[in-house]
Design a binder for this molecule. Sequence first.
Ligand code: DMJ
Length: 668
Amino acid sequence: MTGILPTYQRFVNGVPVPSISRRSFRLREKYLIVSVLLTFAIVWLGALFYLPEFKNSSSVNDSVYNVYKRIQKAGPELLMPPPVMHNEVGEFAAVGIVRHGEEGDDPHIVEDRNRLRAKIEEDMGMKVLERPQFDVAPSASSSRGPSKAPVDAIEEPAVDNNAANKNASPEGLKELEGAENKYVPVPLKPNADPELKKKVDTVREMMRHAWNNYKLYAWGKNELKPISKRAHLSSVFGAGDLGVSIVDGLDTLYLMGLTDEFREGRDWVAEHLHFSDIDSDLSVFETTIRFVGGLLSCYALTGDVVFKDKAAEVADALLPAFDTPSGVPFSLINPSTKASRQYHWAGANSILSEIGTLHMEFSYLSDVTGRDVYRKKVDRIREVLYNIEKPGDLYPNYINPRTGQWGQKHMSLGALGDSFYEYLLKAWLVSGRADEQAREMFDVAMQAALDKMLRVSPNGLSYLAELKYGRVLEEKMDHLSCFAGGMFGLASATLENSQAERYMDVARRLTHTCHESYARADTKLGPDAFKFSGAAEARAQKSNEKMFLLRPETFESYFIMWRLTKDQKYRDWGWEAVQALEKHCRVEGGYTGLMNVYHKKPQGDDVQQSYFLAETLKYLYLLFSDDTLIPLDEWVFNTEAHPLPVKGKNPLYRAADKPEHLKDENQI
Ligand code: DMJ
């Protein structure tokens, strides 16, 4: 092996021979050794006498403390992890979550931390100082600044003048004794039925499997291909490094108490999520529901300002898409060039479900940042939709942003229309029922939808058909429309008139039909669209309809209907689905969608959708959890299942403390 010192390699016939041992060094070598030793001595003496830490400290204790403070400034986790606060429930107070049962901190990490502390104490002959609290103002955390651990960034819940219960944590997020503003998600009461506990644990483990494999094979990319075990490069966000699975999955991790995973995702967001310079076309809708919604949900749950700052950064990148004559945004935006455009297949039109599914996120973002610019954008869209003439009280799926007029008069509660209607109801709910215009628009439209779109099959299955120019176009229901069971359920539970009963009846029927589409498939997982014509009842016919794309809508309705009715069948149906997912979709590298739900051994589509982490697993987890975890009167789920707090009701609303009219609205 070659040493550091010069050697004098000898060769015999051109072949190197091993060096022969020598009794002493040559003169040149001695010279070199002495100079190295001298340099070390000078550096050591210099440090001892001239460095301020060593010179000025009154005690070694102080000097260690000062060095520690400097390291903290460079990045809080650089040297030492935050101290873990022990308490009776578990060991996870450090990030505001406590884990239960056997799911404690990784014993190796705890051991390592303890060993490190013990070693420092032993070496230095003193007690290691507890990590001091940060006194960084929230605004100091720039979107590209050093990352702060969630525990340090948790803010006081904002002063909300309407909040009935200012200092209480919401039910299900229990406040940790002695640790102000740190909340613990509690899925079940300690004496819960062991069967139920097993179900909650199963879904949590599914999330861990999905997350760990994404982390292993596609970390930072958008989605995972679980069969080929590599990144999925043709997702809605393409081949870039936007980490949509991270952002979409974060609040689910938080609610499940998967603390380590949440922390690594949160740190990735702080360090790597940047939107302003992306040079490719992004969907305004998908970016809003997954990124802005996901980040805002995490902000509400944790108070970590990184999430708020990032949500604003993402929304800012979308704003140029709204610069149209009507104020209705284009579908796609390139944040770098600020050029916006439409999907080729939609001609000059924007899509109803897309332009109508920004309201909750943009309004809440205005409230937490104190910047009115976001709310103004969605209020303008609302104004256009409120004032425009509506054919038969319904809203066509296409609208031209240049003219503010409808395109093709095709109407649907499935693809292209769905979440616009959902957001009319939810804008009213999340505003603390202040947005009465939204509720009125919802009720009028639903009256029309039930009259014209709700159909009953020969065998009594209710479904929502699609309309073209006011006539039934196709006797078909999309899996996407299966959210409607939950939507009508919520609409019923929040209304006190005769319509409430009708809504609830429709909610039960639609949820039942969606379950039938699952029950009639060999895999017990439902197709992406199902027909009601000829002999077909709740069955797919074309091959692209037979796929199962890990979609959440049916489970969303099971969850909402369980909460509202307490009918055990919804939990049973959810458990059937969990078992089917485990049997057919789980692979070594994560969870895959299926090519054909009618095959006994279906082929996988090799995509683990980001909404599987955001929605599918979250709704299944909440289905088996107590109602106090994300209670429906305090939280409203955006269309990607990211819970947003109800204004005036939820103490985690965290509105900006400065009145909006005093904020600089020209910051954009
Ligand atoms: C999700 O991204 C959202 O639920 C959206 O509103 C519709 N489609 C997918 C899931 O199927």
